[in-house]
Design a binder for this molecule. Structure first.
Ligand SMILES: [Zn+2]
Length: 252
């Protein structure tokens, strides 16, 4: 696989999930990230005559792993999964943790542990393309619910994402941006809110989002440098503020 030639295909599944297929159009090799179900991905791989070289899983929720075993069997492709999810994902071939590096020829991923949404959650960062496949940690104008981790862990995981290059593209696994925009607008009504970014930035964000979604274009990948300006969870100044926001979002 040639990292320079790589492109990412988004396959919508269920109500609002995306499966990511990374394709080298020349070698016709592919990697799949978080296949919540297999049929749509299989069709895509067959129609484009692609060889599946590997399946990467960010966390154990079924809408991310549901199709992995089936794809593994059909395409004889190995599976990488978080070490902390060994019991929930027993069919993986390799278990990864923070700092591990995955290499598919010259396509390289650095594994980042990002606990919060789940305790074992990892993301896969490709430093050449500046792509991160981040599952349910960060969303457009939002972040993942804390099902297993503490607010402190969730907050620290977002701080880790902030250390990535600003030009990073964030491939998050759900199309939640429009819903989160409504939450941000509600937040910005509190005019003493220290959490929101500038109204102007949010307006620009909304304009771009609306024109994309009207044409049914995904809001993913997110541009990290833009999220850094407007995403209230990235703007939270400490774990306490993050916890307050997360709680407010759960109720709205
Ligand atoms: Zn999840």
């Amino acid at each position: 696989m040639d990292a320079n030639k790589l492109k990412v295909e988004l396959i919508p599944i269920f109500e609002d999930n995306y499966v990511f297929v990374l394709v080298d159009p020349e070698s016709r090799e592919a990697l799949v990230v978080d296949p919540g179900e297999s049929s749509a991905t299989k069709t895509y791989l067959h129609e484009n005559d692609l060889k599946l070289k590997g399946i990467l899983l960010t966390h154990h929720h079924n809408d991310h792993i549901g199709g992995a075993q089936n794809l593994k069997n059909d395409f004889r492709a190995p599976v990488w999964a978080p070490l902390k999810n060994k019991s929930q994902i027993p069919f993986a071939d390799t278990y990864v943790q923070d700092g591990d590096v995955l290499e598919f020829d010259d396509v390289r991923f650095e594994v980042m542990a990002l606990p919060g949404h789940t305790l074992g959650h990892v993301a896969f960062f490709n430093p050449l393309k500046r792509w991160i496949f981040s599952g349910d940690v960060l969303f457009g104008l939002g972040c993942g619910r804390l099902f297993e981790g503490t607010p402190e862990q969730g907050y620290e995981s977002l701080q880790k994402l902030k250390t990535l290059p600003a030009q990073t593209l964030v491939y998050c696994a759900h199309e939640y941006t429009e819903t989160n925009l409504q939450f941000c607008k509600m937040l910005s009504m509190f005019d003493d809110s220290p959490i929101m970014g500038g109204d102007e930035d949010l307006e620009l964000y909304e304009n771009e989002l609306t024109s994309k979604r009207e044409l049914n274009i995904p809001s993913v990948p997110l541009k990290l440098f833009i999220e850094l300006k407007v995403n209230p969870f990235l703007l939270a100044k400490n774990a306490q503020q993050f916890a307050y926001l997360r709680d407010l979002r759960n109720r709205n």
